[in-house]
Design a protein around this ligand. Structure first.
Ligand code: PAF
Length: 286
């Protein structure tokens, strides 16, 4: 495995390996089993002869002024070991200065899917994601790229980015990896107090119960779903709901009823200062 720190080192590596299938897995480091499962997806997609290129970059432009950019966990040496153990052939880990000019003035804005759900409470977040992902696509020129379903809104926005900017890149989605009690793996779980950690699995439990109730016909409208979810989640004393939404899985528009199209139920819940997100597919999805 090679570790590339500069755009020039990356450019040479990309040129040298231009005839091999290349699958990109962008990350912000602090790698856990959720990320390594994305590497495993990457290895499958790259085939025996291809390369999996992981990026490790805590992207400043996707953090708001009151968010946790400085405190975001950084474990570079352990991350490299996990990359190596999961078949990654190259890691691009640039500095901020390598990625952003001081007076950079070009932005990438998605103006529809990103305006609600997480976008409402994190203004500018998805612009930062679209900017850095566009830069990574241009720098690494992959055939495919892997993103996790846990960040479902991000995944939908990346698909839109690829469609609307004509990036010739196949987007592969990786399933959410969970703790035994159902909590979705996230680098931010490390911030939870013991009490909040014990209560946080309520999010997945409530989503699963709602999906099952839609499946067996006992919940028949999105309103009923939201009511059941909020009742169940509010029973956890540390939980403060940011949003609950029942949306079309492609457009992320709220649905008025259950039809034939895949739908997704999304939740964002605060436990103390930590904001956790999760989602589940229903009707034709998952
Ligand atoms: O999902 C993440 O970790 C980040 O948003 C990403 C896609 C690596 C861009 O910084």
């Amino acid at each position: 495995m090679v570790v590339l720190k500069t755009r020039e080192e990356l450019r040479r590596w990309v040129k040298l390996n231009q005839n091999r299938e290349r699958v990109l897995v962008p990350t912000m480091g602090a790698l856990h089993r959720g990320h390594t499962s994305l590497f495993d997806e990457g290895v499958k997609a790259a085939g025996g002869e291809g390369d999996v290129l992981a990026t490790i970059f805590v992207n400043p432009t996707q953090f708001g002024p009151n968010e946790d950019f400085d405190a975001y966990p950084r474990h570079f040496e352990e991350d490299l070991e996990k990359c190596e153990n999961h078949g990654v052939t190259a890691v691009f880990a640039p500095s901020s200065a390598e990625m952003y000019e001081e007076n950079a003035s070009i932005s990438v804005t998605e103006s529809s899917l990103s305006k609600h759900l997480c976008g409402a409470s994190r203004p500018g977040h998805f612009d930062g994601v679209c900017l850095v992902v566009s830069k990574l696509f241009l720098l690494t020129q992959p055939d495919a790229a892997v993103f996790g379903e846990k960040d479902f809104q991000q995944l939908a926005i990346i698909r839109r980015l690829v469609r609307d900017l004509n990036f010739p890149i196949k987007i592969i989605s990786g399933k959410t990896v969970r703790e035994k009690d159902g909590l979705a793996l996230s680098s931010r779980n490390a911030y939870l107090s013991d009490k909040d950690r014990a209560e946080a699995p309520v999010i997945h439990a409530a989503l699963k119960a709602a999906a099952n109730s839609i499946g067996d016909g006992s919940l028949t409208s999105p309103e009923e779903v939201i009511t059941q979810l909020s009742t169940q989640i509010n029973r956890a004393s540390g939980a403060e709901i940011d949003y609950l939404a029942v949306v079309d899985a492609d457009t992320l528009e709220a649905v008025a009823s259950f039809g034939q199209n895949p739908i997704r139920i999304l939740a964002a819940v605060h436990f103390g200062k930590t904001r956790l997100i999760d989602n589940i597919g229903v009707i034709g999805a998952d």
